[in-house]
Design a protein around this ligand. Structure first.
Ligand code: DX5
Ligand code: ZN
Length: 221
């Protein structure tokens, strides 16, 4: 059953103890680390950059780091995150003047690439770049903050994205981000998601392992 990846968003972690928080959530069974980058321009919040990604690598984190760029413009930060040890780099098409080039930069740097779609953004930009994405990330909240409520229309969009992936024949992960918890993770999986970002649902609880175990139990059906 593996192939479902649980990706805790460190946006909801205690930043004063970030290394320890990441160690703890990985020890609790998380698969990859979701790393939210916000620039107070593309989204109305300001978070962390490449130095913090590098610091996690220096701390000894070997798990994949899934960098979600909510920034505009994206290109210069792509290079910085490649240097800093990112594994996946995903960005919003609105943040790039030349989507194909930005995706290519990510792959040329040895990272896995992806496009992110806001709740009201159609999937049209995927049409000519399906061969250049390793991940499609659907936002189930408007980007900028953790702890928001899951937007149910995303379930239909997941089904649409799943169909596009299956028809393409490419090996592309389908990630869902925003308001995901043990309560709706099974529904997201049934709609086609295979990679689940959860911030407050995991870091907001005292026992990370209990939540992650419960998520896996929901996924196992
Ligand atoms: C929102 C971020 C999310 C956020 C999810 O813009 O992209 O990754 O941390 O947080 P929760 O799971 O609390 O909705
Ligand atoms: Zn995110």
């Amino acid at each position: 059953m593996k192939d479902f990846l649980i990706a805790p968003s460190i946006l909801a972690a205690d930043f004063a103890r970030l290394g320890e928080e990441v160690d703890n959530v990985l020890a609790a069974g998380a698969d990859i680390v979701h790393f939210d980058v916000m620039d107070n321009h593309y989204v109305p919040n300001l978070t962390i950059g490449p130095m913090v990604c590098k610091a996690l690598r220096n701390h000894g984190v070997t798990a994949d780091i899934d960098v979600h760029l909510m920034v505009k413009p994206v290109d210069r930060l792509i290079g910085d995150f490649i240097e800093a040890g990112a594994s996946y780099i995903t960005f919003h098409p609105q943040g790039s003047e030349h989507i194909d080039r930005s995706l290519q930069m990510i792959r040329d740097g040895g990272c896995k690439s992806g496009l992110v779609f806001n709740p009201a953004t159609p999937l049209d930009d995927l049409k000519y770049v399906m061969d250049k994405v390793d991940m499609i990330l659907l936002m189930s909240v408007n980007p900028g903050f953790g702890g928001q409520k899951f937007i149910p229309a995303t379930l239909d969009k997941l089904r649409e994205a799943r169909r596009l992936i299956d028809e393409s024949g490419y090996d592309i992960r389908l990630e869902i981000d925003g308001g995901v918890s043990e309560k709706n993770i099974a529904e997201c999986a049934a709609a086609g998601a295979d990679t689940f970002v959860a911030g407050s649902a995991i870091f907001g609880k005292p026992d990370y392992k209990a939540v992650i175990d419960q998520m896996r139990a929901e996924l196992a059906g």
